[in-house]
Design a protein around this ligand. Sequence first.
Ligand code: ADP
Ligand code: MG
Length: 235
Amino acid sequence: MSIKVKGITKLYGEQRALDEVSFSVKTGEVVGFIGPNGAGKSTMMKIITGYIPQTKGDVWVNDLNTLENSLEIRKTIGYLPENNPLYVEMYIKEYLTMVANLYEKKGKVAKKLVEDMIEQVGLGPEQNKKIGALSKGYRQRVGLAQALIHDPSVLILDEPTSGLDPNQIIEIRNFIHGLAKKKTILLSTHIMQEVEAICDRVVIINLGKIVADETTADLRKKESSLEKVFQKLTK
Ligand code: ADP
Ligand code: MG
């Protein structure tokens, strides 16, 4: 089991953003974490990656408890945060080298890693630019490159295609689809087509509670479209 979430509750003051959430992601699986805005997706992802602590419950990543092993776990997780915050004043290579250094890859090793990542995510033609000069689609590739540079086994992608134009969406989806053979992926979205395009399984969250956890194939048997299932469960 690559990710195991058990009884997670998160309170922001009085507000219950997550309420006894449990689910798991098996090694090699690509799971869509889907729910309307405000459902608790980003909060759950920040807890899994150790960016914020839960109020109650436990998370294990590769069998390590996230509260007890946060440094160790960060080495095995790649995380693309919501809205992909990046240093717009930095050059792509400068930024990715900084990220590589954070993972203790230095000098020639870092240089090679950065070159390989630029190639892998398709940043080649743009590679000498500042991040601030890139289109949203290319910025998302920089975000994916920083998430992948330490070759993590688990990827947490928070709305990786949000705000992109239709062509960019297809490119990023195809890229993620290509990663699916090598990585365990938890991907959040509020778009059902995204789940249909890339995910083996769907976990649906609404108002901080899990309302469905099934394979995409099983869910599809229930209704004429996955979109309908989603609408019924989240209204
Ligand atoms: P999603 O990613 O599914 O849109 P979020 O996890 O961002 O949902 O938010 C879940 C709920 O928690 C929302 O009602 C949101 O307003 C609230 N929330 C998120 N972050 C904070 C915060 N830092 N402080 C207070 N409330 C928050
Ligand atoms: Mg969110």
